[in-house]
Design a protein around this ligand. Structure first.
Ligand SMILES: [Zn+2]
Length: 301
């Protein structure tokens, strides 16, 4: 079973969902800590012979082009996380397109290669932003990895819900649970590679990424991965460089956000290493290439 390892490359101040998050005009005045976590990740991936996809924020890539090239030179895929970490349903279609086109060009200028993949900030393809899939295809991306399990969705209903997922409406088995699919948008086909969702006590969780990855113990992650594989789904995990670096500055957040964003940093690397030593990972573009035909109607996109 092929799995995918992805990294959303952003800094400690690129958190969403709080009024205390600094505006983009302030970012240049803040200390950047992305290199510390990123270097540790690259070392671990190299030691476990794991190749990953790095979704770079365009703003950060402009300032760390050497790190972008280092990721590329180690055989990892360079993909786009947009330029300014915006949510599509907050900014609207035109600014969203400008943002993701700008990021794509920056990354392609740095790497000299076509950037095929995109992941929006905050897994922001929710029910109120289904139009964003068309915009992503129009911007020239071939695959997207912005659809998250419902528990992760921001604002309105998440787009990916069993049976009502905009990406999947085929047959009685919702392939979008953790599988890939092809969305036929008005601007052509777009392959969707959602991050892994997992059902626990009736709740659909983003088990293999962010706070969930840090909270659950290794044995549970292994058990959940086994269950995913038995069900025929790949493991698609995501991590941020700041989650590797427990010494980065903290933002003043609400109790819940603080818990979710900052809990158990010390456990992240050992869990990632454990997963990399026990499962085969490929960059998301290789998983996208394996997608079988699963076309859906273009209506509504
Ligand atoms: Zn992000």
């Amino acid at each position: 079973m092929l799995n995918a390892f992805s990294v959303d490359v952003e800094d400690w101040f690129h958190i969403l969902g709080s009024p205390t998050v600094p505006a983009i005009e302030q970012w240049d005045s803040l200390e950047s800590c992305v290199e510390r976590g990123l270097e540790q990740l690259l070392k671990m991936l190299n030691e476990t012979s794991t190749r990953a996809t790095f979704f770079w924020l365009g703003w950060l890539a402009e300032r760390h082009s050497d790190l972008v090239r280092k990721c590329q030179e180690q055989g990892h895929e360079i993909a786009s996380h947009g330029y300014a970490h915006v949510l599509p349903w907050e900014v609207g279609a035109v600014p969203f397109k400008d943002d993701i086109v700008r990021a794509k060009k920056i990354l392609e200028d740095i790497t000299g290669e076509q950037v095929r993949g995109f992941r929006t900030a905050g897994f922001g393809i929710t029910g109120r932003a289904r139009w964003a899939l068309t915009v992503i295809a129009e911007a020239g991306y071939q695959y997207d990895s912005s659809v998250a399990p419902p528990a992760l969705g921001r604002g309105n209903k998440p787009a990916c819900r069993d049976g009502t997922c905009p990406a999947i409406a085929r047959g009685d088995k919702p392939a979008c649970r953790s599988g890939t699919c092809i969305i036929d948008t008005q601007n052509g086909p777009l392959i969707e590679v959602p991050v892994t969702g997992f059902v626990l006590l009736g709740l659909r969780l983003g088990l293999l990424g962010g706070g969930y990855l840090r909270i659950f113990p290794k044995w549970f992650l292994r058990l959940a991965t086994w269950k995913l594989h038995v069900s025929g789904y790949p493991l698609i995990l995501y991590v941020h460089p700041r989650e590797i670096d427990p010494h980065h500055p903290r933002l003043p957040l609400s109790f819940f956000r603080r818990f979710k964003c900052y809990v158990h940093f010390g456990s992240t690397m050992s869990k990632l290493r454990c997963l990399c030593e026990n499962y085969d990972f490929v960059p998301l573009r290789e998983l996208a290439d394996t997608v079988s035909a699963c076309m859906t109607s273009s209506a509504g996109y």
